[in-house]
Ligand binder design. Sequence first.
Ligand code: AMP
Length: 447
Amino acid sequence: MTFSDFSLHPKLLRSVEQMGYTQPTPIQTQAIPPALAGRDVLACAMTGSGKTAAFVLPVLQRLMDGPKGITRALVLTPTRELAAQVQEQFRQLGKNTHLRSAEVFGGVAMRPQTRAFQTGVEIIVATPGRLLDHFQHPYARLEGLEVLVFDEADRMLDMGFLPDIRRILKHIPKPQQTLFFSATMPAPIAQLAKELLKNPLTINTERKAAPASGVTQAVYPVQQELKSALLLALLDSQITSAIVFTRTKHRANRLAEYLVKNGVKAERIHGNRSQNQRTEALAGFKSGKYRVLVATDIAARGIDVEALEHVVNFDVPAVPEDYIHRVGRTARAERTGEAFTFVAPDEEAQLKDIERAISKRLERVMLERFDYRAKPQGKLEVPVKERIAAIRQQKAQARANKAAKEGRSEPRTDGAKPRAAQPAQSGQGSKALTSTAGPASRRRRRR
Ligand code: AMP
């Protein structure tokens, strides 16, 4: 089967060719024809399967006819990275059309997004939290909406977006067509799909979860404290570049620091990094400026790097779906890649769950000439208690310095006590601070 077997508009066929896609992937073969015919689609599809183009092409084709200058398609995604990625595919595959798309997510200014609503870009790709922020304003009515797409619906559930999604659904008109993509179908997602989809064409739901084919997977048993050294040794011997996943943001920071200290160009990407920092890290990794991108799971979805050869699970993912998604970063669209998972003795049980989910025992590998009995160089993770104690100590020191400094200054002529001796943040000022910080931090949490 080729793309010209679908009844795609010649302008879209041209952009498919310009993208270098020669053959549709299985999900595209199954989803594009019914979606072009206007049917609802419910698809179980992994990252790396080509699922994005499977909904982007039918949406573009639909919007090429009919009114312009109003938003007619809305795509909901769990993360900013995925939203940016999806919007990029709309831009590239739609470049021979006059259709416009915009991304709407938190961490960046509202104003350009507001303008996108006001000018009626035909396609909006959004994360739920920021979309709801816009919905508080009259410009974001989306009255002309026709198509609604859910991308990685299961991840939206994992991230606690289900209530937000229900709020969004109340705000928008009932779509004429809904395209629903999810890697797995946990019960709340299956329920949501059941409520929303009308006689959908269902694809792949019976398939057992498995990472994209073409990935060589291996497990490296290793003591927790030697994981950093093992990664360094693998970078010396067989890994040219890799995305490395850690369990926590803190571990991501510490690991990136460790790598840089040992001469490896590395950056990190996680939920505490600003949008600019994330974009810079990802662009730097894609361009080869950084050999290693250390990431937490939240960033895993949506990272699309052409020809990524290695994924390293520095920590065993807590749930099998996360393993499949992380490993899906490599061998995208049927290329080949390798996924290494470091397993400390206390992570064996999680690994067993993963092996059960993918119905496969993963090969255990030892790295030759690596000293598995070496003395650990230092803990990657400082225990929470110690971290809090260190922060407290730092703060106490800062307060003492401040007090000492103000104590040295000229005595005040009004007879008031030096400022350091006054209770911190009292009165009006602190109240104002709390009331502005409240909603903003609530919004941040929601996203
Ligand atoms: P996705 O699963 O949508 O994230 O797509 C994964 C990668 O596959 C992206 O880099 C797409 O550009 C690429 N891709 C999608 N469809 C095809 C195709 N038919 N042939 C080759 N690459 C594709």
